[in-house]
Design a protein around this ligand. Sequence first.
Ligand SMILES: Cc1cc2nc3c(=O)[nH]c(=O)nc-3n(C[C@H](O)[C@H](O)[C@H](O)COP(=O)(O)O)c2cc1C
Length: 353
Amino acid sequence: MQKRELGGIRSELFDDIQGAEVRTHRSPKPQPKAEIPQTCAKYPHIFSPLKLTEKYTMKNRIMCAPMVFGSAVVGNEYGNAAYAPGKYSKLEMPAAGGTAMVSVGEIDINNLDAKRMPLPEVDFTVTEGEAFNAISEYAWRIKRHGAIALHELCHPGSVKPPIPGTEIWGPSAGTTPEGGTIIEIDESMMDSICNDFATAALYMKEAGFDGVCIHAGHGFLFTQFLSPNFNKRTDEYGGSIENRCKFPVRILREMREAVGPDFIIEIRVSGREGTEGGVEIEETTEFLKRCEGIINAVHISSGTYGGVTSESAVSHGIFGPKGYNIKMVEYVKQHTKGIKVGIIGHITSPEMA
Ligand SMILES: Cc1cc2nc3c(=O)[nH]c(=O)nc-3n(C[C@H](O)[C@H](O)[C@H](O)COP(=O)(O)O)c2cc1C
Protein backbone atom coordinates (compact mmCIF):
# COMPACT_ATOMS: atom_id res chain seq x y z
CA MET A 1 0.00 0.00 0.00
CA GLN A 2 1.22 3.46 -0.91
CA LYS A 3 2.61 5.69 1.89
CA ARG A 4 1.86 9.39 2.04
CA GLU A 5 4.68 11.89 2.64
CA LEU A 6 3.32 14.52 5.00
CA GLY A 7 6.29 16.87 5.21
CA GLY A 8 6.93 16.33 8.92
CA ILE A 9 3.81 18.17 10.12
CA ARG A 10 1.90 16.54 12.97
CA SER A 11 -1.72 17.00 13.79
CA GLU A 12 -2.38 17.08 17.53
CA LEU A 13 -5.90 15.80 17.09
CA PHE A 14 -5.21 13.02 14.62
CA ASP A 15 -1.74 11.78 15.34
CA ASP A 16 -2.45 8.71 13.26
CA ILE A 17 -1.98 10.82 10.17
CA GLN A 18 1.82 10.97 10.17
CA GLY A 19 3.17 8.41 7.71
CA ALA A 20 -0.26 6.84 7.49
CA GLU A 21 -1.32 4.64 4.65
CA VAL A 22 -3.35 6.46 2.06
CA ARG A 23 -6.98 5.68 2.95
CA THR A 24 -10.01 6.13 0.83
CA HIS A 25 -13.65 5.24 1.28
CA ARG A 26 -12.70 1.96 -0.32
CA SER A 27 -10.88 0.89 2.84
CA PRO A 28 -13.12 2.11 5.67
CA LYS A 29 -12.23 1.59 9.30
CA PRO A 30 -15.29 1.60 11.60
CA GLN A 31 -15.20 4.21 14.37
CA PRO A 32 -17.47 4.67 17.38
CA LYS A 33 -20.20 7.20 16.68
CA ALA A 34 -19.95 10.53 18.49
CA GLU A 35 -22.43 10.66 21.36
CA ILE A 36 -24.82 13.58 21.73
CA PRO A 37 -24.41 15.12 25.18
CA GLN A 38 -27.46 15.22 27.48
CA THR A 39 -27.62 19.02 27.33
CA CYS A 40 -28.55 18.76 23.67
CA ALA A 41 -31.84 17.19 24.71
CA LYS A 42 -32.91 20.81 25.33
CA TYR A 43 -33.03 21.27 21.57
CA PRO A 44 -34.95 18.26 20.24
CA HIS A 45 -35.64 19.83 16.84
CA ILE A 46 -31.99 20.57 16.10
CA PHE A 47 -31.03 17.07 17.17
CA SER A 48 -33.77 15.29 15.25
CA PRO A 49 -32.94 13.49 11.99
CA LEU A 50 -33.63 15.04 8.60
CA LYS A 51 -34.19 12.86 5.55
CA LEU A 52 -32.57 14.18 2.39
CA THR A 53 -32.98 11.24 -0.01
CA GLU A 54 -34.17 7.63 0.30
CA LYS A 55 -30.58 6.71 1.12
CA TYR A 56 -29.40 9.66 3.19
CA THR A 57 -30.72 11.04 6.46
CA MET A 58 -28.86 13.66 8.46
CA LYS A 59 -28.55 12.44 12.05
CA ASN A 60 -29.27 16.00 13.24
CA ARG A 61 -29.79 19.39 11.59
CA ILE A 62 -26.29 20.78 11.97
CA MET A 63 -24.14 21.24 8.90
CA CYS A 64 -20.65 22.61 8.44
CA ALA A 65 -20.55 25.15 5.60
CA PRO A 66 -17.97 24.58 2.86
CA MET A 67 -14.43 25.32 3.96
CA VAL A 68 -10.95 24.31 2.78
CA PHE A 69 -10.39 24.36 -0.97
CA GLY A 70 -10.72 20.74 -2.06
CA SER A 71 -7.55 20.48 -4.12
CA ALA A 72 -5.42 22.00 -1.35
CA VAL A 73 -4.40 18.48 -0.29
CA VAL A 74 -3.24 17.45 -3.73
CA GLY A 75 0.55 17.32 -3.95
CA ASN A 76 2.28 19.54 -6.49
CA GLU A 77 5.50 21.46 -6.94
CA TYR A 78 4.49 23.92 -4.19
CA GLY A 79 4.29 21.07 -1.71
CA ASN A 80 0.61 21.39 -0.81
CA ALA A 81 0.62 17.83 0.47
CA ALA A 82 2.66 19.08 3.43
CA TYR A 83 -0.41 21.02 4.58
CA ALA A 84 -2.78 18.09 4.11
CA PRO A 85 -3.00 17.00 7.77
CA GLY A 86 -4.24 20.44 8.83
CA LYS A 87 -6.71 20.60 5.94
CA TYR A 88 -8.13 17.17 6.69
CA SER A 89 -8.42 17.77 10.41
CA LYS A 90 -10.20 21.13 9.88
CA LEU A 91 -13.04 19.21 8.23
CA GLU A 92 -12.79 16.02 10.26
CA MET A 93 -13.13 17.92 13.55
CA PRO A 94 -16.73 19.09 12.93
CA ALA A 95 -17.67 15.53 11.94
CA ALA A 96 -16.01 14.12 15.05
CA GLY A 97 -17.91 16.70 17.10
CA GLY A 98 -21.27 15.40 15.91
CA THR A 99 -22.05 17.62 12.91
CA ALA A 100 -24.40 15.75 10.60
CA MET A 101 -23.17 17.05 7.25
CA VAL A 102 -19.77 18.52 6.37
CA SER A 103 -18.88 20.10 3.06
CA VAL A 104 -15.38 20.32 1.65
CA GLY A 105 -14.86 23.76 0.08
CA GLU A 106 -14.51 24.97 -3.47
CA ILE A 107 -12.97 23.08 -6.32
CA ASP A 108 -13.03 24.49 -9.85
CA ILE A 109 -14.94 22.20 -12.21
CA ASN A 110 -12.26 22.53 -14.88
CA ASN A 111 -8.83 24.06 -15.25
CA LEU A 112 -9.68 26.50 -18.02
CA ASP A 113 -12.76 28.74 -17.93
CA ALA A 114 -13.53 27.67 -14.34
CA LYS A 115 -10.02 28.15 -12.95
CA ARG A 116 -10.13 30.89 -10.32
CA MET A 117 -7.17 30.19 -8.09
CA PRO A 118 -3.60 28.95 -8.53
CA LEU A 119 -4.32 25.63 -6.83
CA PRO A 120 -3.25 22.17 -7.95
CA GLU A 121 -5.30 21.04 -10.92
CA VAL A 122 -7.53 17.99 -10.78
CA ASP A 123 -8.53 15.98 -13.83
CA PHE A 124 -12.06 14.79 -13.06
CA THR A 125 -11.91 12.09 -15.70
CA VAL A 126 -9.19 10.22 -13.74
CA THR A 127 -10.68 8.32 -10.81
CA GLU A 128 -7.51 6.75 -9.49
CA GLY A 129 -4.05 7.85 -8.46
CA GLU A 130 -2.61 10.40 -6.04
CA ALA A 131 -5.00 13.31 -6.58
CA PHE A 132 -8.05 11.06 -6.46
CA ASN A 133 -6.86 9.35 -3.27
CA ALA A 134 -6.06 12.69 -1.61
CA ILE A 135 -9.55 14.05 -2.33
CA SER A 136 -11.20 10.77 -1.45
CA GLU A 137 -9.57 10.89 1.96
CA TYR A 138 -11.70 13.91 2.94
CA ALA A 139 -14.78 11.74 2.42
CA TRP A 140 -13.29 8.88 4.39
CA ARG A 141 -12.38 11.12 7.33
CA ILE A 142 -15.76 12.82 7.47
CA LYS A 143 -17.80 9.66 7.02
CA ARG A 144 -15.98 7.61 9.62
CA HIS A 145 -17.77 9.73 12.27
CA GLY A 146 -21.19 9.01 10.82
CA ALA A 147 -21.47 12.39 9.07
CA ILE A 148 -22.58 12.96 5.49
CA ALA A 149 -19.73 14.18 3.26
CA LEU A 150 -20.29 16.72 0.49
CA HIS A 151 -17.81 18.37 -1.82
CA GLU A 152 -18.45 21.86 -3.17
CA LEU A 153 -18.16 22.41 -6.92
CA CYS A 154 -17.64 25.83 -8.41
CA HIS A 155 -17.61 27.74 -11.68
CA PRO A 156 -16.76 31.40 -11.00
CA GLY A 157 -18.05 32.73 -14.33
CA SER A 158 -16.43 36.11 -14.85
CA VAL A 159 -15.31 36.47 -11.20
CA LYS A 160 -11.81 35.28 -11.93
CA PRO A 161 -8.53 37.04 -12.52
CA PRO A 162 -6.88 36.83 -15.93
CA ILE A 163 -4.91 33.56 -15.65
CA PRO A 164 -2.55 32.74 -18.53
CA GLY A 165 -3.91 29.90 -20.68
CA THR A 166 -7.49 30.36 -19.48
CA GLU A 167 -10.46 32.34 -20.75
CA ILE A 168 -12.99 34.35 -18.77
CA TRP A 169 -16.59 33.36 -19.50
CA GLY A 170 -19.76 35.10 -18.38
CA PRO A 171 -23.41 35.50 -19.38
CA SER A 172 -22.59 38.73 -21.22
CA ALA A 173 -19.46 40.11 -22.83
CA GLY A 174 -17.54 42.80 -20.96
CA THR A 175 -14.39 43.60 -19.06
CA THR A 176 -13.50 42.52 -15.53
CA PRO A 177 -12.22 45.05 -12.96
CA GLU A 178 -8.71 43.63 -13.57
CA GLY A 179 -9.01 44.32 -17.29
CA GLY A 180 -9.80 40.75 -18.41
CA THR A 181 -12.04 40.22 -21.42
CA ILE A 182 -15.31 38.41 -20.64
CA ILE A 183 -16.47 36.15 -23.46
CA GLU A 184 -20.24 35.67 -23.71
CA ILE A 185 -21.20 32.05 -23.12
CA ASP A 186 -22.75 30.45 -26.22
CA GLU A 187 -24.63 27.16 -26.58
CA SER A 188 -21.53 25.02 -27.02
CA MET A 189 -19.92 26.64 -23.96
CA MET A 190 -23.12 25.84 -22.03
CA ASP A 191 -22.85 22.22 -23.12
CA SER A 192 -19.27 22.10 -21.93
CA ILE A 193 -20.10 23.67 -18.53
CA CYS A 194 -22.98 21.21 -17.98
CA ASN A 195 -20.72 18.33 -18.92
CA ASP A 196 -17.94 19.53 -16.58
CA PHE A 197 -20.32 19.88 -13.61
CA ALA A 198 -21.71 16.39 -14.24
CA THR A 199 -18.21 14.89 -14.64
CA ALA A 200 -16.95 16.53 -11.44
CA ALA A 201 -20.04 15.34 -9.54
CA LEU A 202 -19.52 11.77 -10.77
CA TYR A 203 -15.87 11.99 -9.70
CA MET A 204 -16.95 12.98 -6.19
CA LYS A 205 -19.45 10.12 -6.10
CA GLU A 206 -16.70 7.70 -7.11
CA ALA A 207 -14.41 9.27 -4.47
CA GLY A 208 -16.87 8.32 -1.74
CA PHE A 209 -18.75 11.56 -1.20
CA ASP A 210 -22.46 11.35 -0.46
CA GLY A 211 -23.21 14.42 -2.50
CA VAL A 212 -22.08 17.75 -3.83
CA CYS A 213 -22.70 21.33 -2.78
CA ILE A 214 -22.97 23.53 -5.85
CA HIS A 215 -21.73 27.07 -5.33
CA ALA A 216 -24.66 28.96 -6.83
CA GLY A 217 -24.15 32.21 -4.94
CA HIS A 218 -21.69 34.99 -4.09
CA GLY A 219 -21.54 36.40 -7.61
CA PHE A 220 -20.25 33.24 -9.32
CA LEU A 221 -21.65 31.75 -12.55
CA PHE A 222 -25.13 30.90 -11.23
CA THR A 223 -25.61 34.34 -9.66
CA GLN A 224 -24.36 35.95 -12.85
CA PHE A 225 -27.06 34.30 -14.95
CA LEU A 226 -29.73 35.12 -12.36
CA SER A 227 -28.66 38.73 -11.84
CA PRO A 228 -29.70 41.52 -14.22
CA ASN A 229 -26.50 43.29 -13.20
CA PHE A 230 -24.40 40.64 -14.95
CA ASN A 231 -26.90 39.11 -17.38
CA LYS A 232 -27.68 41.53 -20.21
CA ARG A 233 -28.66 38.86 -22.72
CA THR A 234 -31.50 39.36 -25.14
CA ASP A 235 -31.90 35.66 -26.03
CA GLU A 236 -33.86 32.99 -24.15
CA TYR A 237 -31.37 33.12 -21.22
CA GLY A 238 -31.84 36.80 -20.40
CA GLY A 239 -34.62 39.24 -19.56
CA SER A 240 -37.40 37.67 -17.47
CA ILE A 241 -36.58 35.73 -14.29
CA GLU A 242 -37.85 32.62 -16.07
CA ASN A 243 -35.23 33.11 -18.80
CA ARG A 244 -32.44 33.99 -16.35
CA CYS A 245 -33.11 30.73 -14.46
CA LYS A 246 -32.89 28.54 -17.56
CA PHE A 247 -29.17 27.84 -17.73
CA PRO A 248 -28.60 27.40 -13.95
CA VAL A 249 -31.55 24.96 -13.79
CA ARG A 250 -30.26 23.11 -16.84
CA ILE A 251 -26.84 22.58 -15.18
CA LEU A 252 -28.52 21.09 -12.11
CA ARG A 253 -30.91 18.92 -14.14
CA GLU A 254 -28.10 17.46 -16.25
CA MET A 255 -26.05 16.82 -13.12
CA ARG A 256 -28.99 15.03 -11.52
CA GLU A 257 -29.41 12.86 -14.62
CA ALA A 258 -25.72 11.94 -14.39
CA VAL A 259 -25.53 11.10 -10.67
CA GLY A 260 -28.90 9.42 -10.18
CA PRO A 261 -31.62 10.00 -7.58
CA ASP A 262 -29.83 9.19 -4.34
CA PHE A 263 -26.70 11.30 -4.57
CA ILE A 264 -27.27 14.53 -2.64
CA ILE A 265 -27.29 17.78 -4.60
CA GLU A 266 -27.21 20.71 -2.22
CA ILE A 267 -26.74 24.25 -3.45
CA ARG A 268 -25.52 27.45 -1.82
CA VAL A 269 -27.30 30.58 -2.99
CA SER A 270 -27.14 34.23 -2.12
CA GLY A 271 -30.67 35.06 -1.01
CA ARG A 272 -29.97 38.59 -2.12
CA GLU A 273 -26.92 40.18 -3.68
CA GLY A 274 -27.26 43.38 -1.66
CA THR A 275 -26.37 45.52 -4.67
CA GLU A 276 -28.48 48.09 -6.48
CA GLY A 277 -30.49 46.28 -9.16
CA GLY A 278 -29.23 42.92 -7.91
CA VAL A 279 -31.25 39.81 -7.19
CA GLU A 280 -33.55 39.94 -4.16
CA ILE A 281 -34.99 37.04 -2.17
CA GLU A 282 -38.21 36.88 -4.24
CA GLU A 283 -36.27 36.18 -7.43
CA THR A 284 -33.92 33.75 -5.70
CA THR A 285 -37.02 31.90 -4.51
CA GLU A 286 -38.38 31.82 -8.07
CA PHE A 287 -35.13 30.10 -9.04
CA LEU A 288 -35.44 27.63 -6.15
CA LYS A 289 -39.02 26.77 -7.13
CA ARG A 290 -37.64 25.72 -10.52
CA CYS A 291 -35.08 23.52 -8.73
CA GLU A 292 -37.79 21.52 -6.94
CA GLY A 293 -37.50 17.85 -7.81
CA ILE A 294 -33.89 18.30 -8.91
CA ILE A 295 -31.97 19.34 -5.78
CA ASN A 296 -32.39 18.02 -2.24
CA ALA A 297 -31.28 20.97 -0.20
CA VAL A 298 -30.22 24.60 -0.29
CA HIS A 299 -28.52 26.82 2.21
CA ILE A 300 -29.04 30.52 2.17
CA SER A 301 -26.09 32.88 2.19
CA SER A 302 -26.01 36.43 0.87
CA GLY A 303 -23.86 38.96 -0.91
CA THR A 304 -21.72 38.98 -4.02
CA TYR A 305 -18.02 39.32 -4.71
CA GLY A 306 -18.96 42.00 -7.23
CA GLY A 307 -20.36 44.20 -4.44
CA VAL A 308 -18.47 46.76 -2.43
CA THR A 309 -20.73 47.64 0.52
CA SER A 310 -21.33 45.83 3.83
CA GLU A 311 -24.80 44.93 2.52
CA SER A 312 -23.23 43.01 -0.33
CA ALA A 313 -20.54 41.31 1.77
CA VAL A 314 -20.45 37.53 1.47
CA SER A 315 -19.63 37.18 5.14
CA HIS A 316 -19.47 39.49 8.13
CA GLY A 317 -16.74 38.82 10.70
CA ILE A 318 -17.38 37.84 14.30
CA PHE A 319 -18.28 41.42 15.22
CA GLY A 320 -20.80 41.68 12.39
CA PRO A 321 -24.58 41.26 12.59
CA LYS A 322 -25.88 37.92 13.84
CA GLY A 323 -28.24 35.63 11.92
CA TYR A 324 -28.48 38.05 9.03
CA ASN A 325 -29.99 35.47 6.65
CA ILE A 326 -32.78 34.22 8.95
CA LYS A 327 -35.65 36.24 7.44
CA MET A 328 -34.73 35.08 3.95
CA VAL A 329 -34.73 31.45 5.07
CA GLU A 330 -38.22 31.89 6.51
CA TYR A 331 -39.38 33.30 3.17
CA VAL A 332 -37.85 30.45 1.16
CA LYS A 333 -39.36 27.83 3.48
CA GLN A 334 -42.80 29.37 3.05
CA HIS A 335 -42.61 29.47 -0.73
CA THR A 336 -40.87 26.22 -1.74
CA LYS A 337 -41.76 22.53 -1.47
CA GLY A 338 -39.57 19.45 -1.10
CA ILE A 339 -36.26 21.26 -0.69
CA LYS A 340 -34.61 21.23 2.74
CA VAL A 341 -33.60 24.76 3.61
CA GLY A 342 -30.50 25.57 5.62
CA ILE A 343 -28.70 28.70 6.67
CA ILE A 344 -25.22 30.08 7.21
CA GLY A 345 -24.21 33.51 8.45
CA HIS A 346 -23.20 34.09 12.04
CA ILE A 347 -25.61 31.69 13.74
CA THR A 348 -24.30 31.92 17.28
CA SER A 349 -26.83 30.06 19.41
CA PRO A 350 -29.12 27.03 19.17
CA GLU A 351 -32.09 29.33 19.77
CA MET A 352 -31.19 31.32 16.67
CA ALA A 353 -30.77 28.09 14.65
C1 LIG B 1 -11.57 29.40 6.68
C2 LIG B 1 -12.77 29.55 5.79
C3 LIG B 1 -12.79 28.92 4.56
C4 LIG B 1 -13.89 29.06 3.72
N1 LIG B 1 -13.91 28.41 2.51
C5 LIG B 1 -15.01 28.48 1.72
C6 LIG B 1 -15.10 27.73 0.51
O1 LIG B 1 -14.20 26.99 0.13
N2 LIG B 1 -16.24 27.85 -0.20
C7 LIG B 1 -17.27 28.65 0.18
O2 LIG B 1 -18.29 28.68 -0.53
N3 LIG B 1 -17.22 29.35 1.32
C8 LIG B 1 -16.12 29.28 2.09
N4 LIG B 1 -16.10 29.97 3.28
C9 LIG B 1 -17.29 30.72 3.70
C10 LIG B 1 -18.17 29.89 4.63
O3 LIG B 1 -18.67 28.73 3.99
C11 LIG B 1 -19.36 30.71 5.17
O4 LIG B 1 -20.10 31.17 4.06
C12 LIG B 1 -18.87 31.89 6.00
O5 LIG B 1 -17.99 31.42 7.00
C13 LIG B 1 -20.02 32.66 6.65
O6 LIG B 1 -20.84 31.80 7.39
P1 LIG B 1 -20.81 31.66 8.98
O7 LIG B 1 -20.91 33.05 9.54
O8 LIG B 1 -21.98 30.80 9.29
O9 LIG B 1 -19.47 31.03 9.31
C14 LIG B 1 -15.00 29.84 4.13
C15 LIG B 1 -14.96 30.47 5.38
C16 LIG B 1 -13.88 30.33 6.20
C17 LIG B 1 -13.89 31.02 7.55
